[in-house]
Design a protein around this ligand. Structure first.
Ligand code: COA
Length: 249
């Protein structure tokens, strides 16, 4: 297990914490694998609720753009650990809670669309700049976001790349609760403990009824990955990655 992701069990709640603060929790392949591992093994570990968290100033800055650049040079496929993590989210049978402070960019926002309960800081920011990076939405967000918030708001978020404030994200159906930054973790833990205390089989059955089979979500993850691979190799994307990696601040 990499220390870039910290996994701790508190009773029957498993906390999966992204831990790369110096890079604002931009996700590397090792981090995707570690997160997938924590989700996949939860069912056999007596875990009744998973809590995904980041750092006080950064939930997640999305995929590491240096990794995107490297992937583009190596034929452009979305790394297997990314797909493994996305499948783990889609197929997870245990409720997922998230605690969001700071920026949630790219997959930092789209992973929330797989969660059952999301708590965010009032200064959190949600953005999916896929298209301005020459890419397409991922994590089945092209399917889930229009259902969640309607096609017009989904287009603004996913294609135009307009960020959402915490209150806007709540109105769009991504979040449950907006609290002060220093209250996020406690509030999310409270929700996770409440869910973990419910009869687990009734929770699982209710969740299955509400979500349906994961096949449609998994198929959309795969369809997006095909487009993503083509886009990663595009001149548009490579120019955008290079611009980020060499930007002057
Ligand atoms: N990939 C690689 N490195 C990243 C990163 C990413 N997605 N996001 C942040 N970093 C790095 C920065 O390059 C910087 O590295 P350095 O200190 O070695 O120069 C460090 O993390 C801190 O980032 P910085 O931009 O200085 O922090 P900030 O608080 O000013 O801004 C963000 C935070 C998240 C708004 C900004 O970093 C950003 O826009 N990142 C890119 C997000 C993105 O487009 N993700 C892909 C989505 S598909």
């Amino acid at each position: 297990m990499s220390d870039l992701v910290l996994v701790t069990d508190e009773g029957t709640v498993r906390i999966v914490r992204m831990n790369r603060p110096e890079k604002k929790n931009a996700l590397t392949m090792a981090m995707y694998d570690a997160m997938a591992d924590a989700i996949e093994t939860a069912g056999n570990s007596g875990v009744r609720c998973l809590l995904i968290a980041g750092q006080p100033a950064a939930f997640c800055a999305g995929n590491d753009i240096g990794d995107f650049l490297a992937a583009a040079g190596a034929g452009g496929a979305l790394g297997q650990p990314i797909l493994r993590f996305l499948y783990a989210l889609a197929r997870c049978e245990i409720p997922l809670v998230a605690a969001v402070c700071g920026n949630a960019i790219g997959v930092g926002t789209t992973m929330l669309m797989h969660c059952d309960h999301v708590v965010a800081a009032n200064d959190a920011r949600f953005a999916t700049p896929f298209v301005s990076l020459g890419l397409v939405p991922e994590a089945a967000s092209s399917l889930i976001a229009p259902r969640l918030m309607g096609p017009a708001r989904a287009f603004s978020l996913l294609v135009m790349g307009h960020p959402l404030t915490a209150h806007e994200a709540k109105a769009a159906g991504i979040l449950n609760t907006v609290v002060a930054p220093d209250a996020v973790e406690a509030e999310a833990m409270k929700a996770a403990a409440e869910i973990a205390a419910l009869p687990p089989q009734a929770v699982a059955a209710s969740r299955r009824l509400m979500r349906g089979a994961p096949d449609e979500i998994v198929a959309r993850i795969d369809a997006e990955a095909v487009e993503f691979k083509a886009r990663l190799q595009s001149a548009e994307a490579q120019a955008a990655f290079m611009a980020f990696m060499t930007r002057k601040r």
